[in-house]
Design a protein around this ligand. Sequence first.
Ligand SMILES: *Cc1c(COP(=O)(O)O)cnc(C)c1O
Length: 455
Amino acid sequence: MEKTKKILLTEKEIPTHWYNIQADMPNPTLPPLNPGTRQPVGPADLAPLFPMELIKQEVSKERWIEIPEEVRDVYRMWRPSPLYRAYNLEKLLDTPAKIYFKYEGVSPAGSHKPNTAVPQAYYNKMEGVKKITTETGAGQWGSALSFACQLFGIELEVYMVKISYEQKPYRKLMMNTWGASVFASPTDKTESGRKVLAEDPESPGSLGIAISEAVERAAKDENIKYSLGSVLNHVLMHQTVIGLEAIKQFEKTDDFPDVVIGCFGGGSNFAGISFPFLRLNFQEGKNVRCIAAEPSSCPKLTKGEFRYDFGDSVGLTPLLPMYTLGHTFVPAPIHAGGLRYHGAGVLVSQLLKDKFIEAQALHQLECFDAGVKFARSEGIIPAPESTHAIACAVKEALKAREEGSPKTILFNLSGHGYFDMSAYEAYFSGKLVEHRLTEEELYGDLKKLNTPVIA
Ligand SMILES: *Cc1c(COP(=O)(O)O)cnc(C)c1O
């Protein structure tokens, strides 16, 4: 029998619409709250930060939202992305399960993040915005938005977590190559940054602090908007091109996934691959299991609390109803920088609360172990973040072996790891450690929260 390894679509098959899961959720999400008044946030509260079209998408209940032709035209550079069958990995694991992965590392920035960076830059451009600020941790989001802003002629200022700025010079240079200005956060350019530096001049920074700086810059200058690479509803929706393509690709095979897996930072690539399959669960009676794979050192989905909390560490953003470890939680410096975030997207949080999706926490060492197995069998070196999805898929495949079940597993390979080789070096030299959180580390920040609890 002839085997198909790579399932491709033509450019004409790039989706024409994003899927908005808000149209189909059995329980709608709770509203974000203004941190001062604690009243629901309206479009006017968000207008200083985001273009109106993105604010509309944030609250829209329309099931399908058209992808502008200009955005599809940019998507054509790397979309549709390939779906692969991982025959070699299946063989290595000696499993009856079929393993497929969707590969998002083919974009110019090397991850799924341009899927939302491009439309965000486009809508800003359409509304006359000349300059945007954002934050970045390990540099994946900053580089994706630098690429997108360059295409649409928008100036970009990136606040990059200082420790990454110093340890990962190549991501910073990618941003510079695409024309962005990059600052090591905390900076002395903002009140938030100066406040942190006054308390600790040697602060290594954090994603939460960098968000505070980028938001403050945009809030104080009417000519600057702000952009976020995960968590928000419109960001998750832009990523649904991943799952929509995957469904079309499975139509070209005799298979259909029983399990869909994505790694989890704020929820965007997980939502991207899983929401279109959840639509089939909600509307067509399918029963696809969707699993979010998070690091056990930052386990907001499996150990966090569902309540209102801030998106940043200073407390400038609206209060969001989400699973959180507390906005002051500072995750251990694991190598999967993109997963080091205290909270989770509101849509994904509500779906987890209502048990429409599952979550699993994975240890850093088992993730690198799976990542190296994958690189050696399938050739692609995965981003440290993506190894969490691989490790989860490996577990499912081994369980299938025990059960003798020929189930079909799909995971999202959210990015390649070619700028993360120092993480692999640490793994090979035995320097990579397991971070076991004490009860105090895990729940200390939650206990201090005085944000609204959800009954
Ligand atoms: C940013 C990033 C993630 C985590 O972010 P999500 O919004 O949860 O998808 C995962 N993988 C890669 C490669 C990333 O760059």
